[in-house]
Design a protein around this ligand. Structure first.
Ligand code: GUN
Length: 180
């Protein structure tokens, strides 16, 4: 679930005043390559409550939480591997590129890169989706440690953990935009 400790930081322009098109243009990319979450959120209706970071992330999170398992898995699978080939070639979304560079994943030593490659393959082999973690505020050592620890989880635990991390990523993306 979403971390509800974030402040009720107001959003301008107010999401509840936006047309569907403008809302999707502003928030369709908070969930990686999954604009249907913002589309469904707008279709469900927006009130003043959604005019803050806290309110909007909660509203978006409820859409993904209510989705079926296949839809949730598709959102998890929309994430590129951390320090993977696509990320290293810059062929990922702007948000993902910034997040990975912010955690220093573009500065890995050959040994660290080898560890990411090995863990990405082991994790995908075990769970059938990529390892997702909200990397903002973490360095690559903490990420690698979490990566190893989460390999011991059950597939069900790991699907729930991945969705919780994806909600945190969406919140961090929205907070970063609200600060700008
Ligand atoms: N955490 C934050 N951004 C990303 C991403 O693009 N991919 C994965 N796997 N985890 C992330």
């Amino acid at each position: 679930m979403v971390d509800h400790t974030s402040t009720a930081c107001p959003l301008f322009p107010r999401p509840s005043h936006l047309s569907r098109e403008a809302f999707i243009a502003s928030f369709g990319d908070l969930y990686e390559c999954s604009p249907w979450i913002a589309e469904t959120a707008w279709d469900k209706g927006l009130s003043e409550h959604e005019d803050s970071v806290h309110g909007l992330v909660g509203h978006l999170a409820r859409v993904l939480d209510a989705a079926d398992e296949e839809q949730q898995l598709a959102v998890i699978r929309a994430h590129p591997d951390l320090a993977g080939k696509a990320a290293l070639a810059g062929e990922v979304s702007n948000d993902s590129l910034k997040e990975q560079a912010g955690a220093g994943l573009d500065q890995c030593s050959p040994e660290e890169l080898e560890r990411f490659t090995r863990l990405n393959a082991a994790y995908r082999g075990r769970f059938g989706f990529p390892f997702v973690i909200a990397v903002r505020g973490k360095d690559r050592h903490a990420i690698l440690d979490a990566f190893e620890a989460r390999l011991d989880n059950t597939p069900n635990e790991e699907r729930h953990t991945a969705i919780a991390q994806i909600h945190s990523i969406a919140r961090q993306r929205l907070e970063a935009r609200a600060e700008d």
